[in-house]
Design a protein around this ligand. Structure first.
Ligand code: HEC
Length: 307
C-alpha cells in the first residue's frame, strides 16, 4: 500500500481548481531518485526538495492525482542544501518544502515510495522525473526507467507513443559528439560548439519520443483489409468463370452433342455424323459407346429391312 493524493483529501489546503473530468482525475507519476553516494565527493546524495514539492503542489492544486515512485521503492532522502531547515540556510526561503516536510501525511509519502517495478505506467497521464543530485548518478542508464509505450488522449484523438532513452552504442557517434575540437570543423561551423558534446560510449544522452495518431494505423489496417477483400473477391470471381468455361468445354458441350445424336437416332435418323471423340476421360468413353451404339443400331435396322 502506498499513499497518493486521494489519501490526503482531508488535508488539502487549497481548493482544487479547473478539473476537466472530476470523475476521472488525471494521474501523474512523480519519480524520485533513491539515495546514493556521489561518485566525485563520496557524499550522500538524494532528491532536491524544491524539485519535488513545487511540481507536486502545482499538480495537486490543479486536481491531478500524484503518486510518488522511485526506481527501487522505499524511503527517499533529500539533498542537504535543498532542505529549508539546513544550517547553511541555502534553501531557507523554500516555504513550500518546509510545509511538505512539516505535514506528517506529506512527509510520510517520502517514507514509502512505490518501486517502479510495481507501477503500471499506462495508468498515468504523465511521468515526471524529480531532479536533484542523486538523479545524476542513479537515473543515468537506469534499466527501470527504460522504454515505455502506450496510448494517450491528445488534441487529435487517441495516439500511440513510444518514449525511450537514446544510448550511444556506436563509437562513430563520438567523432562528432565528444568535443568541438575533435568534431569536423564544418560541422562545428554549421551547428556551433555549445550543444551535443561531451557524450561518452554507452551513456544515455537523450530521449526519443515518437507519437503517432491512432487514426494512421487504423487507416492503414482498413486499407490493407479492403485490398485483401477486393483481391479475394477478384480471385473468387476468376475461379468461378474459369470453372464454368472448363465445365462447358469438358462436360456440357460433349454431353449436349451426345444427347442431340441420341435424339436424332431415337427418331430413326441414322445419318447423323459420329460425335468426335477426343481424350480418354469418361465423357470420351461415353461418346465412343454412343457412336458404336449408333452403328450397331444401323446394322440391326438394316438386317431387319433385308429380311
Ligand atoms: C558527422 C557528425 C555527426 C555524427 C557522426 C553523429 N552526429 Fe549526432 N549530431 C550532429 C550534429 C551536427 C547535430 C546537431 C544537429 C542540429 O542541431 O540540427 C547532432 C545532433 C544529434 C542529436 C540531437 C541532440 C540534441 O541535443 O538535440 C542526437 C540525439 C544525435 N545527434 C545522436 C547521434 C548518434 C546516436 C550518433 C551515432 C549513431 C550521431 N549522432 C552521430 C553530428 C553528428
Amino acid at each position: 500500500m502506498f499513499l497518493d493524493a486521494t489519501d490526503l483529501e482531508g488535508i488539502q489546503m487549497t481548493a482544487t481548481i479547473d478539473v476537466l473530468h472530476p470523475e476521472r482525475p488525471k494521474r501523474v507519476l512523480l519519480v524520485v531518485a533513491n539515495p546514493a553516494a556521489s561518485p566525485t565527493t563520496g557524499w550522500p546524495v538524494g532528491f532536491w526538495w524544491a524539485e519535488l514539492t513545487h511540481p507536486y503542489w502545482e499538480f495537486v492544486e490543479h486536481g491531478y492525482e500524484v503518486t510518488l515512485a522511485s526506481p527501487e521503492g522505499g524511503a527517499v532522502v533529500a539533498d542537504g542544501f535543498s532542505d529549508p531547515e539546513d544550517v547553511s540556510g541555502y534553501s531557507a526561503h523554500d516555504l513550500l518544502s518546509l510545509g511538505f516536510k512539516k505535514s506528517p501525511a506529506h512527509a510520510a509519502l517520502l517514507e514509502q515510495t512505490v518501486a517502479l517495478s510495481e507501477v503500471d505506467v499506462d495508468a498515468y497521464d504523465a511521468v515526471f522525473l524529480v531532479g536533484g543530485q542523486s538523479p545524476m548518478v542513479t537515473f543515468r542508464g537506469n534499466e527501470k526507467l527504460k522504454e515505455i509505450t502506450g496510448e494517450r488522449e491528445g488534441p487529435l484523438g487517441r495516439s500511440l507513443y513510444l518514449a525511450r532513452p537514446i544510448k550511444i552504442t556506436d563509437q562513430g557517434c563520438l567523432s562528432c559528439h565528444t568535443t568541438p575540437e575533435i568534431a569536423p570543423a564544418s560541422v562545428v561551423k554549421a551547428y556551433g560548439s555549445s550543444n551535443g558534446y561531451g557524450w561518452k560510449l554507452n551513456e544515455i544522452i537523450g530521449a526519443q519520443i515518437v507519437t503517432v495518431p491512432m487514426a494512421v494505423p487504423f487507416q492503414m489496417a482498413q486499407t490493407a483489409f479492403r485490398t485483401l477483400l477486393a483481391s479475394l473477391v477478384g480471385v473468387f470471381v476468376f475461379i468461378l468463370v474459369f470453372l464454368n468455361i472448363l465445365l462447358w468445354f469438358v462436360v456440357i458441350r460433349p454431353i449436349k452433342r451426345l444427347s442431340s445424336m441420341a435424339d436424332a437416332v431415337s427418331t430413326g435418323n441414322l445419318d447423323v455424323p459420329a460425335v468426335p471423340v477426343s481424350g480418354h476421360d469418361e465423357v470420351a468413353a461415353l461418346a465412343g459407346s454412343f457412336n458404336r451404339m449408333r452403328i450397331s443400331l444401323g446394322k440391326a435396322l438394316k438386317m431387319l429391312e433385308d429380311e
